[in-house]
Design a binder for this molecule. Structure first.
Ligand code: FES
Length: 155
């Protein structure tokens, strides 16, 4: 059972703050991901039953937002924004740098399960592009040397 009593009570506690069950889906998915590290098919099914929403609606949301992981990720999830502002400031070079340094392609996890590399949509920090998130922490105004230094520090 992925939706444990703790998650259910958290949702009950905030339920009245949300106008619809569908609106409650986002915080529910955040809770699931915080517990499991990702949102599995089974978790989507449980969320759909808990909120009385069609499974397709839950899948729609999980697949739309890059912040929800659809497979397990490594200890450090490197999420490089490749939207326009970051792209114009060299995010593609950062992705290439991480791929080379980690020996994986975007979307993959290292064999030791330490790093996962992903491209994500705008992280809403365009003014300090290029930007990435490592787990929940933002890293801004990046260049290749700061990315290499980060991997060395986390390795
Ligand atoms: S385009 Fe990268 S943070 Fe907005």
């Amino acid at each position: 059972m992925i939706l444990c009593e703790t998650i259910k009570s958290k949702m009950e506690a905030i339920r009245s703050e949300f106008p619809t069950e569908q609106a409650l889906l986002l915080p529910l998915l955040h809770e699931i991901q915080a517990k499991e590290g990702w949102v599995s098919e089974g978790a989507m099914r449980e969320a759909s039953e808990f909120l009385h929403l069609p499974l397709a609606k839950v899948k729609e949301v999980v697949t739309f937002y890059t912040m929800y992981n659809r497979k397990p990720v490594g200890k450090y999830h490197i999420q490089v924004c490749t939207n326009i502002a970051c792209f114009l400031r060299g995010s593609d070079q950062l992705v290439a740098c991480f791929e080379k340094k980690l020996g994986i392609s975007c979307g993959e996890t290292t064999a030791d399960r330490k790093f996962t590399l992903s491209e994500v949509e705008c992280l809403a920090a365009c003014g300090t592009a290029p930007v990435m998130q490592v787990n929940n922490d933002y890293h801004e105004n990046l260049d290749e040397s700061s990315c290499q230094a980060l991997i060395d520090r986390l390795s």
